[in-house]
Design a binder for this molecule. Structure first.
Ligand SMILES: Cc1ncc(COP(=O)(O)O)c(C=O)c1O
Length: 414
């Protein structure tokens, strides 16, 4: 039996001086032309790229098949094939119609507001929002575009949201659970109030992710995402997205993306697609680790308030348990001794890294009052519970005992 009769086997190559040499390819072309064209015809070579994973299509323009027919994608400033797979996947995970990505979560917010509101319009939100979002709301949009942001003072009361809306309100924006204080807003109730006034509701789903919370199923019309956090899960990609109705998403592309080139680039889109494959599992592990760490912190005599929606004494524990299938990976807690105490504690961590972001596979912490929410006035910070001693802790996927041991050794030292 020759080798070639066996499955997956072939006869080895045997040198035969009599065999004529095969003609080299494309000899009718010069060297430089071969360097540019051989092996790939942009109009025809598609099928050979069969791939188990979505390929990285690192091309910023896409050939016309004929003069009059505009291809889609046509140019990489607006979308690329790998990015399109990511956008479709994010829309599917959020239960939305369409999605457009952006260079960051902050830019996704900017692109949405810039598209949806005109001078004289307003947006209703609360102070329970991420730091760069606050900066856009408090200064950038009001000063540059005359778009007013109205901050609800009692965000736990759905009616209070309605009181700030008028005929020029273009969107209601809630972040739940919020970064960094884990304030929970009732999505279904605020959606009802907004819809009664003819206003769409946008939910920032960055901290929970679609794995734990489905804002659209609860009545939200638009979802804002930072891909940078739990969705990527390891601080290797920066990106953002808006999920919503197709006409809105196309409006955003038309008014912003197309001019800014703000889509997630092909390599990052490829990475995001890999990371999303494990999102559900990761979020459950972040949640169970956080539950243990939050309980440990809450019982610690040196620790002040602990914000974690999974703790039964969180003021909105019941609401959070209704809206989310688990409580996620973000905790914040108050260190003893104000800012100096927080600094000492953070400097004492060995396993927990001090850096700006959250949602990483490794535990990471940050001081909101000086790093992300420093633009808020002290009164505004006090209103949302960002004490000088508050530390944001993003609980990673390590063995929970090791995270608690690191907290314990640092707490003992202060
Ligand atoms: C809740 C939330 N949404 C959006 C963003 C913005 O995301 P990015 O850092 O990707 O701009 C952040 C950033 O911290 C955030 O915490």
């Amino acid at each position: 039996m020759s080798h070639s009769d066996q499955f997956f086997m072939r006869d080895p190559w045997v040198y035969d001086p009599q065999t004529p040499k095969a003609a080299p390819r494309d000899t009718h072309l010069g060297f430089d032309t071969r360097a540019l064209h051989t092996g790939f015809d942009p109009a025809e070579t598609v099928a050979p790229f069969r791939s188990f994973v979505p390929p990285i299509v690192q091309s910023m323009t896409f050939p016309y098949e004929n003069f009059a027919e505009i291809p889609c994608p046509v140019y990489g400033r607006t979308r690329t094939p790998t990015n399109t797979v990511l956008e479709e996947r994010l829309a599917a995970l959020e239960g939305g119609e369409a999605c457009v990505t952006a260079g960051s979560g902050s830019q996704a917010l900017f692109n949405l507001i810039f598209t949806i509101a005109r001078p004289g319009d307003n947006v209703v939100t609360s102070l329970n929002i991420f730091g760069e979002g606050y900066k856009q709301a408090a200064t950038i949009f009001p000063e540059r575009c005359n778009i007013d942001f109205r901050f609800v003072e009692a965000p736990a009361d759905p009616a209070a949201w309605g009181e700030l809306m008028d005929e020029r309100t273009k969107v209601v924006w809630i972040e739940t659970p919020s970064n960094p204080t884990l304030f929970v807003t009732d999505i279904a109730a605020v959606a009802e109030v907004a819809h009664a006034k003819g206003v769409p509701l946008m939910v920032d789903n960055t901290t929970a992710t679609a794995a734990l919370q489905q804002p659209m199923a609860l009545g939200a019309d638009i979802v804002l995402l930072s891909l940078t956090k739990f969705l990527a899960g390891n601080a290797t990609v920066i990106g953002g997205a808006i999920v919503g109705p197709e006409p809105l998403v196309e409006d955003i592309r038309w008014n912003t993306t197309e001019f800014l080139g703000s889509v997630v680039p092909p390599q990052d889109a490829f990475l995001m697609l890999q990371y999303l494959e494990t999102l559900g599992m990761r979020m459950l592990r972040h949640s169970s680790n956080s539950q243990s760490v939050a309980a440990y912190l809450a019982a610690h005599p040196k620790v002040g308030r602990v914000n974690y929606t999974g703790l039964e004494d969180h003021p909105q524990h019941a609401l959070a348990s209704r809206q989310m299938c688990a409580h996620g990976g973000l905790i914040s807690f108050v260190a003893p001794g104000g800012m100096a105490g927080a600094a000492k504690l953070i400097n004492g961590f060995r396993l927990i890294c001090h850096a700006v972001t959250f949602g990483t596979s490794r535990s990471i912490c940050m001081h909101p009052a000086t790093i992300t929410h420093e633009h808020m006035t002290p009164e505004e910070r006090a209103a949302v519970g960002i004490d000088d001693g508050l530390i944001r802790l993003s609980v990673g996927l390590e063995d929970p005992a090791d995270i608690m041991a690191d907290l314990e050794q640092a707490l003992q030292a202060i």
